[in-house]
Design a protein around this ligand. Structure first.
Ligand code: DOR
Length: 437
């Protein structure tokens, strides 16, 4: 069992203290703790947060192991400071049965880089025609609580209603990819001034907002939990604010890229900027940042979407939607939210660990960093910067929009139940099975 004493660390940016991790839990917190038999880690100047929790990760296994595997994606996650990820269901075959979610969960446990919580598909093969075996997935070893057809919208209102009703039995949540399909037929980028100039088919904000409004009303009607994936427009924020004020049980996430990047980047037709939902305007970015700061948007979720070179580095129209996110998420959030004074480190912990763990109904993730809690911890250096080099990422894919960009903060170490998965910014030597719930 590993036994670590983190000396002079600042928990959530507060005054320096020592943090003793032993037998998988936080054993003690306090100044000048005795070393005992622990390995001592000089953490002066470093900030400790609860291990980050991602609600939205595409690990591509089974089916597209050329783009990512559970092992490569979870190593990327650990390097990004995550101790848990939710693995999206749009694999091949889709994660729509107890068998597939258990397979993904086991692969995650065996790799041991972070906990993997599979998301179950809402409908069979994510085709939007018939509910999948939600109860069987919930009862499986993977204990699924989050269900999503992500990549596709559950656009049939009756199916959406049934799914919302069904998941109540086990306190699950339906995570909607809000995209009205007919309004976005053949859409390539945000509908606006830039799409008009480039002559690309637009993806209008109303296609997202109309689905979110409908689903909030449905969730209110049946009294169930709704989660909105990758919110991207100022109008969506207004609807969420209204729904929360009405007491509707809705939560929402925003991606790092929607907090930093805008649709004018598409002008060069570089498909690295092609993503669904699309990059929006500077006004949308400002509204999303404000909503994350005031809690209207609950969480940051990466939507880490690895794609092979053949699928991504082709002409704009044919390229796949999606961008990498796990290894750069904290740096992008630091740039968009911390450097701007919108969030402090406690706020980052809340939006990237505490609330995502709560939404996913995870035990033992998301803190608090107090004695007795599982020792899931990330140490970051707030004074360091990292220049993103696609060639040195752990992901099997290279489709990062941040190549060459210098981002604030560096993940120095990640501990999963007291065992280092990352030390000095590199994968730690000791592998071994993870565990999970
Ligand atoms: O850009 C995206 N890529 N958006 C999605 O909703 C799906 C994802 C993927 O699976 O590549």
């Amino acid at each position: 069992m590993s036994n670590w004493l983190l000396r002079n660390v600042t928990i959530l940016g507060a005054a320096p203290t020592d943090l003793h991790l032993a037998d998988g839990v936080i054993a003690e917190v306090g100044r000048g703790l005795a070393t005992g038999g622990a390995q001592v880690f000089d953490a002066a100047g470093l900030v400790a947060l609860p291990g980050l929790v991602d609600l939205h990760t595409h690990l591509r296994e089974p089916g597209r192991e050329d783009a990512e595997t559970v092992a490569s994606g979870t190593l990327a996650a650990a390097l990004g400071g995550f101790t848990a990820v939710h693995a999206m269901a749009n694999t091949d075959p889709a994660a729509d049965t107890a068998g597939v979610v258990e397979q993904v969960w086991r692969l995650g446990r065996d790799a041991g880089h972070c906990d993997v919580f599979p998301v179950g598909a809402v409908t069979v093969r994510r085709r939007g025609e018939q509910l999948a075996e939600l109860g069987a997935m919930a009862d499986s070893a993977a204990r699924v609580r989050v269900f999503s057809d992500d990549g596709h919208c559950v656009d049939d209102a009756v199916l959406m209603r049934r799914a919302l009703e069904y998941v109540k039995a086990f306190d699950g949540v339906v995570a909607q990819h809000a995209q009205e399909p007919r309004l976005t037929h053949a859409a390539q980028m945000n509908e606006g001034v830039v799409s008009a100039r480039l002559g690309l088919t637009g993806w209008p904000a109303v296609a997202e907002e109309s689905v979110i409004a409908r689903d909030c009303l449905l969730a209110g009607h049946v009294g169930s939990r709704l989660h909105v994936c990758h919110v991207s427009t100022a109008g969506s924020v207004e609807i969420l604010r209204w729904a929360k004020a009405k007491g509707i049980r809705v939560t929402a996430e925003v991606t790092p890229h929607h907090l930093l990047l805008t649709d004018d980047l598409v002008t060069g037709y570089d498909p690295v900027y092609k993503v669904n939902p699309p990059l929006r305007t500077a006004g949308d970015v400002a509204a999303l940042r404000a909503a994350l700061a005031d809690g209207t948007i609950d969480a940051v979720a990466t939507d880490h979407a690895p794609h092979s070179l053949e699928d991504k580095e082709t002409e704009w129209g044919a390229a796949a939607f999606g961008m990498l996110g796990l290894e750069t998420a904290l740096g992008v959030v630091a740039e968009a939210m911390v450097s701007t004074g919108l969030l402090d480190w406690a706020g980052v912990a809340d939006r990237m660990a505490v609330r995502p763990a709560r939404i996913g109904r995870l035990d033992g993730q998301g803190g608090p960093l107090e004695p007795g809690a599982p020792a899931n911890v990330v140490l970051l250096d707030p004074a360091a910067t990292v220049t993103v080099d696609p060639g040195s990422l752990a992901s099997r894919s290279r489709n990062t929009p941040y190549a060459g960009m210098t981002l604030p903060t560096r993940v120095v170490a990640t501990f999963l139940r007291g065992r280092p998965t990352v030390l000095d910014g590199k994968p730690a030597e000791s592998g071994g099975p993870g565990g999970g719930r």
